[in-house]
Ligand binder design. Structure first.
Ligand SMILES: C[S@@+](CC[C@H](N)C(=O)[O-])C[C@H]1O[C@@H](n2cnc3c(N)ncnc32)[C@H](O)[C@@H]1O
Length: 261
């Protein structure tokens, strides 16, 4: 599912970037910090750290060689490097980082509490752990919500693949509880809302054809006639501005906490 960085970018990368910029600024880590970006993918969060936090270094880890290759090819900064690793087994000494962060990742890690424990392990006492996930429900990540609403109307079996159903971690309460359960203190949660405007229907639809993520994977498995029916249903259902653009929004839940000093 995570095999083509260039297809991920127009699908979710462009919107994660907007959330990452706000998320990193709100963490308010002092300049000169050493950062870990867990599940870095194509590098959205790493880039936000480089642009906003004046870090000494940032190490991104991800199991996808394709996404790592994309990140290495597009992030040209001597403070950043990218390493292949799993969130549940981070290749870092304990207690060394100022901050460990992860964007849109922990719902895809089957053992999310273990990943959270790893993030806590690698930060120094007093260091920060911060994560964010889409809200896939009503009023959340509207582009993906609209997809599953249309898919389920045509095929009730699609409901069990809907990320709002599959990922109970993607709520403010569950995310905060995950970090508190990992032993962090001063846990805070926040809502991050970003606009996700699409120029036209093709700008919305084409990225779903790239196979990256649960909704594009569902689409790729459909026969051509059902794919066409889903496309037509969505084209009729999505809201339109006067200029023909599609004015959607997205909400992410962010949570952060400190390792005890
Ligand atoms: C939705 S993408 C998010 C990528 C990036 N952080 C962003 O905000 O754009 C999910 C990422 O999680 C990664 N991932 C999935 N399972 C993982 C695991 N067990 N450990 C670390 N990363 C994982 C995928 O390879 C993919 O890059």
């Amino acid at each position: 599912m995570w095999a083509a960085g260039e297809a991920y970018e127009p699908y979710v990368g462009r919107w994660s970037r907007l959330v990452a910029a706000r998320f990193v600024r709100a963490l308010d880590v002092p300049p000169g910090g050493s950062w870990r970006d867990v599940g870095c993918g194509t590098g959205a969060v790493t880039r936000a750290v480089l642009e906003a936090a004046q870090p000494a270094d940032v190490v991104g880890v991800d199991p996808s060689e394709s996404y790592l290759a994309y990140a290495r090819a597009h992030v040209h900064d001597p403070r950043a490097r990218f390493v292949r690793a799993d969130a549940v087994n981070l290749p870092f000494a304990g207690g060394a980082a100022s901050a460990a962060v992860g964007g849109l990742v922990l719902n895809f890690v089957p053992a999310a509490p273990r990943a959270a424990a790893e993030m806590v392990r690698v930060v120094r006492p007093g260091g920060l752990v911060g994560v964010y996930l889409w809200d896939y429900g009503e009023g959340g990540m509207e582009a993906i919500r609209a997809f599953w609403d249309a898919a389920t109307a045509l095929d009730p079996r699609a409901r069990e693949l809907d990320e709002a159903v599959r990922f109970p971690l993607c709520t403010r309460t569950a995310l905060g509880a995950l970090l508190a359960g990992a032993g962090l203190v001063d846990v805070e949660t926040e809502e991050i809302r970003v606009p996700t405007p699409f120029h036209d229907f093709d700008d919305y639809w084409t990225p779903f054809l790239g196979g990256q993520g649960p909704a594009p994977a569902y689409l790729a498995a459909l026969p051509e006639d059902r794919r066409r029916a889903l496309r037509e249903r969505l084209e009729a259902a999505l809201p339109r501005a006067a200029d023909g653009s599609i004015p959607l929004r997205a909400r992410a839940w962010a949570a952060r906490g400190r390792r005890t000093a």
